[in-house]
Write a protein that binds this ligand. Sequence first.
Ligand code: FE2
Ligand code: FE2
Length: 176
Amino acid sequence: MKPRGPLMIEHRLIEKMIEIIKREVSRIKETNKVDPIFIDNAVDFIRMYADKTHHGKEEDILFRDCEKKDMSPEDTLVMSELIEEHVYGRKIVGELVKAKNEYVLGKNTLNIILEKLSALVEFYPKHIAKEDDVFFPNCEKYFSVDELQDMLNEFWEFDKTMIHVKYRSMVEDLSG
Ligand SMILES: [Fe+2]
Ligand SMILES: [Fe+2]
């Protein structure tokens, strides 16, 4: 398997979650009510899985190694766009959490919540397509078979740490 293997498998799960968020957007529009528990679960998935675990491997391993290669200006540009898009995704999630917290306190932030959920629904499929169809196949050509294998091994090691990251942060949050 090449490093893009696990990343593309993760993309398929992120797409499923995006479909669920899309359904929730329709439900909120129909009922005019936000389910804060749904938002908490969606945010947990996006932060822990899509961002820390998935974007984490892309940024800390794949992009880091790509930076050491003499990539073409086109591939370098696409990589910088992907990095910026990760930043954008984090910003939207932060704004979603803020609006949800205000909603729970009684403020009518329903439209902001809808806007942020819709932004995620819009953003992820485009970002994923750019990686699957453009950047992943293009960047692999800069690496030897051994280098790709080393990257893949580092991915597995990275993943092993994630369950500990998640529950350590949960306990830290709960301890206040
Ligand atoms: Fe990405
Ligand atoms: Fe990705």
